[in-house]
Design a protein around this ligand. Structure first.
Ligand code: GLN
Length: 552
C-alpha cells in the first residue's frame, strides 16, 4: 500500500515548502524508500507555461513535456525521482478536467459540485503517482492555510485517511515562528492560529516543521506541542540557512532531529538506517571548496530570484563537481546593451546566456556572446542562448549583417533562426512549443560528446524556433560545428566553435536535469573550462583583470 504524506504551509508564503518537501523526499530515499513528489497549485491558470517569470519564477519542464511549477525542480535535484505530468496540478487543471467530464455527460445530469466532484478529481490526482513500486507519495499543497483558494485541496486531503486508512497518511505542516525584534522574542502564536485553522477543517497535523531565524527554546517547543496537539518530538526546527547554496543541508537538518524515524514510525514502515554517505561528501565539497570561479549570467529577469532557478542550481552542482564555489555575476541584458558587454563582463571566468522569450535585451546578449567568443572566455548558451550565439556568429563572422531570429524580425533577409513549423505561429499561446525530452546524437570527439561520454543523449526542450538549416554550410565553412543533431539530422541541437577553448550552446535546457548528486556534464565541463580560463588569466598579469567592481 502506497503511503501518502501531505505538506501544507501556514502563516506566510515563501517559507520554502517546495525545498522542505524535496528534502523530505531525499530523507525517505536515504532510508531505502521509493518516493514520488507532486504539487498542487491553487491558481486558475491551467499551467504556468504562459505566466510571467516575474510572477511565477521559472517554468520547469518535465521529460513528458509538462510546463510546471519550479518546485518540481527541487524535487528532482534532491532525489532520484523524475517528475512528470502527474507531478503538478493547478486548480485550473482540476476544474478543466471536471468541466470536460460534465460537457461529455459523464455525470448523467447530476448537479456538479465542489464536494464531491472537484474533491474527487483532486483525490484521483493524488493517487495517480501511487503506482506499483512507489512506497510514499509526498504531496505539497501550494498556498497558505486560510486562503479561500486552497480549501478544496484541503478538504480532499482531509478525506484521504478515510479512503486509504489512517496508518497510511501523514500530515506535515510547515509554519513560521517569527522573531519580533522590538520584543526580542520569538512568537508561537501565528503557528497556534495556523494549526487551529487546519483543525477547523478537520486536519490534525502529525508533524510541525517550524521555520525560525533563531534556535527555539525547550519551553517554546513545549508550548507549540501543547497548543497544537503535536508530540514534542514531532515539533521540528528548520533554522534559516546562512547561504542559499546551503539548502542542500536541509535533509541532514531533518535527520539530525530524527524526523525520518518519526515519519517511519507514524507510517508503520520498517526501513534500514539512513544511507547518506554520498550526500555528505557532496555537502563537504559545497561547504569547503578549494577554489572559486565567477560566472556571468546575462538575462532578462536577472533581478528576480527565481526566474533562472535551475540554472543557478546547476551552476552550483557544476561547482561541487569541480570542488569550486561558483559566484554568479548577474548581468541585466539591457544594461550590457547600454554600457557595453566588455565593461560588465571583464574578469569573469565564464559567460552563460540562458533561455528566454521576446526581444528585450537581445542585443545585450548578442554583445556578451561576441565578447566571450572574441576573448576566448568559456561560453554556455541555453536555448535562446544558442539562438543569440547563432545570430552573433552570422552577423560578425559570416558577414550576414542583418541576421536575426524570426521571433524578433519576421522579415529579416537572413532568418538564421526560424519557426520549426509555421503552424506554431498562428495557434494560441498555450502548449504550442516543442516541449519535453527529445533525443540528440553527438559528434564523436566534440566537447559535448566528451562531456556526456555518450553518443546519444536526451534533453528537455521548450521552444518554438530552431536553427535554419539553409545556413548550415556557410556556418560550417566559417568554423561553427553542429555537434548535436536530432537522430534524423534535421534539427540542430548543439553548436560549438572550432578554435575556441570551450564554446557550447544547446537548443535544450540541460539545467532541468542537473541533480545535487549528478551534476549535469555540460555544467561540470563549463565550470572546469571557466576555472582554467580564470587560472590562465591570473598567470598572465598583462591581461586586464578589471571589472571586479561591477555589482555581482
Ligand atoms: N524564444 C525562443 C523560442 O521559442 C527560445 C525559447 C527558450 O529559450 N526557452 O524558440
Amino acid at each position: 500500500m502506497t503511503k501518502h504524506i501531505f505538506i501544507t504551509g501556514g502563516v506566510v508564503s515563501s517559507l520554502g515548502k517546495g525545498l522542505t518537501s524535496a528534502a523530505l523526499g531525499m530523507v525517505l530515499e536515504s532510508r531505502g524508500l521509493k518516493v514520488a513528489l507532486q504539487k498542487f497549485d491553487p491558481y486558475l491558470n491551467v499551467d504556468p507555461g504562459t505566466m510571467s517569470p516575474y510572477q511565477h519564477g521559472e517554468v520547469y519542464v518535465t521529460d513528458d513535456g509538462a510546463e510546471t511549477d519550479l518546485d518540481l525542480g527541487h524535487y528532482e535535484r534532491f532525489t532520484t525521482t523524475t517528475t512528470n505530468r502527474d507531478s503538478n496540478f493547478t486548480t485550473g487543471q482540476i476544474y478543466n478536467a471536471v468541466l470536460s467530464k460534465e460537457r461529455r455527460g459523464d455525470f448523467l445530469g447530476g448537479t456538479v459540485q465542489v464536494i464531491p466532484h472537484i474533491t474527487n478529481e483532486i483525490k484521483d490526482s493524488v493517487r495517480r503517482p501511487a503506482v506499483e513500486g512507489v512506497d510514499v507519495v509526498l504531496t505539497e499543497i501550494g498556498g497558505v492555510i486560510g486562503d479561500i483558494e486552497s480549501l478544496p485541496f484541503l478538504e480532499a486531503i482531509r478525506q484521504m485517511p478515510h479512503d486509504v486508512g489512517h496508518e497510511n497518511v501523514l500530515f506535515i505542516h510547515l509554519t513560521l515562528v517569527p522573531f519580533i525584534r522590538a520584543a526580542g522574542e520569538m512568537k508561537t502564536k501565528p503557528t497556534q492560529h495556523s494549526v487551529g485553522k487546519l483543525r477547523e477543517i478537520g486536519i490534525q497535523p502529525d508533524i510541525l516543521i517550524c521555520r525560525t531565524e533563531k534556535p527555539m527554546t525547550d519551553e517554546m517547543i513545549d508550548k507549540i506541542s501543547l497548543f497544537c496537539n503535536v508530540e514534542k518530538s514531532a515539533v521540528i526546527e528548520e533554522l534559516d540557512l546562512a547561504k542559499p547554496y546551503l539548502v542542500y543541508e536541509l535533509p541532514c537538518v531533518f535527520i539530525d532531529q530524527g524526523l525520518d524515524d518519526i515519519i517511519l514510525e507514524k507510517l508503520h514502515l520498517d526501513c534500514p538506517e539512513p544511507a547518506i554517505g554520498a550526500w555528505l561528501q557532496m555537502l563537504d565539497r559545497l561547504r569547503n571548496p578549494s577554489r572559486e570561479v565567477e560566472i556571468a549570467v546575462i538575462g532578462k529577469y536577472i533581478d528576480h530570484q527565481d526566474a533562472y532557478k535551475s540554472i543557478y542550481e546547476a551552476l552550483t552542482h557544476g561547482g561541487t563537481a569541480n570542488d569550486t564555489r561558483v559566484i554568479v555575476r548577474r548581468v541585466e541584458a539591457e544594461e550590457a546593451e547600454k554600457k557595453g558587454a566588455e565593461k560588465l563582463l571583464a574578469g569573469v571566468g565564464g559567460v552563460l546566456v540562458p533561455g528566454g522569450f521576446g526581444s528585450r535585451g537581445i542585443e545585450g546578449k548578442i554583445q556578451s556572446i561576441r565578447y566571450a567568443r572574441e576573448n576566448n572566455i568559456p561560453f554556455l548558451g541555453i536555448c535562446l542562448g544558442l539562438q543569440c550565439a547563432v545570430i552573433e556568429f552570422a552577423r560578425n563572422v559570416c558577414g550576414l549583417d542583418k541576421a536575426n531570429s524570426m521571433e524578433f524580425d519576421v522579415n529579416t533577409p537572413h532568418p538564421v533562426i526560424c519557426y520549426m513549423d509555421e503552424q506554431l505561429r498562428v495557434t494560441d499561446m498555450g502548449g504550442t512549443m516543442r516541449l519535453g525530452s527529445y533525443p540528440c546524437h553527438l559528434t564523436e570527439g566534440s566537447l559535448a560528446q566528451r562531456a556526456y561520454a555518450q553518443a546519444n543523449v536526451h534533453e528537455r526542450h521548450r521552444h518554438r524556433l530552431e536553427f535554419n538549416n539553409s545556413f548550415r554550410d556557410v556556418f560550417q565553412e566559417k568554423g561553427m560545428a553542429f555537434s548535436g543533431l536530432s537522430p534524423n539530422d534535421k534539427l540542430v541541437e548543439i553548436v560549438e566553435l572550432q578554435g575556441h577553448p570551450w564554446y557550447v550552446a544547446g537548443q535544450f535546457h540541460p539545467e532541468f536535469k542537473s541533480r545535487a548528486l549528478q551534476p549535469h556534464p555540460l555544467f561540470r565541463d563549463f565550470i572546469a573550462a571557466s576555472l582554467r580560463h580564470t587560472q590562465a588569466e591570473k598567470k598572465s598579469p598583462e591581461r586586464k583583470q578589471s571589472g571586479k567592481s561591477v555589482a555581482v
